[in-house]
Design a protein around this ligand. Structure first.
Ligand SMILES: [Zn+2]
Ligand SMILES: [Zn+2]
Ligand SMILES: [Zn+2]
Length: 95
């Protein structure tokens, strides 16, 4: 059984990373005091990744910094994705 495209495990991992990246963006934008109280696991990791990406000009995908290339791919997809039922993007919170 081999299917084309990302497996469900991969999709779940990408979703998780996207959630963390979006959260980290919020923490980076928050005050230092608020961010220092954040208890979300891996938040600090992804804050550091986002800070790194800001200055990382490597567009070739050859950057060896952990999460750099994958995070940029995920963010680029998330920003350009217009599908309402995309499996990778977080569905909008039902209000
Ligand atoms: Zn946080
Ligand atoms: Zn990088
Ligand atoms: Zn998408």
């Amino acid at each position: 059984m081999s299917e084309a495209g990302p497996s469900e495990v991969t999709i779940a991992r990408i979703q998780q990373q996207l959630i963390l990246l979006l959260h980290a963006q919020g923490c980076l934008a928050a005050t230092e005091d608020a961010a220092s109280k954040c208890t979300v696991p891996h938040c600090k990791t992804f804050c550091a990744v986002l800070a790194h990406i800001e200055g990382c000009g490597d567009e070739t995908g050859a950057c060896s910094v952990e999460h750099c290339t994958s995070s940029r791919q995920i963010i680029a997809h998330w920003k350009s994705c217009e599908s309402d039922d995309c499996a990778l993007c977080i569905p909008p919170q039902a209000s």
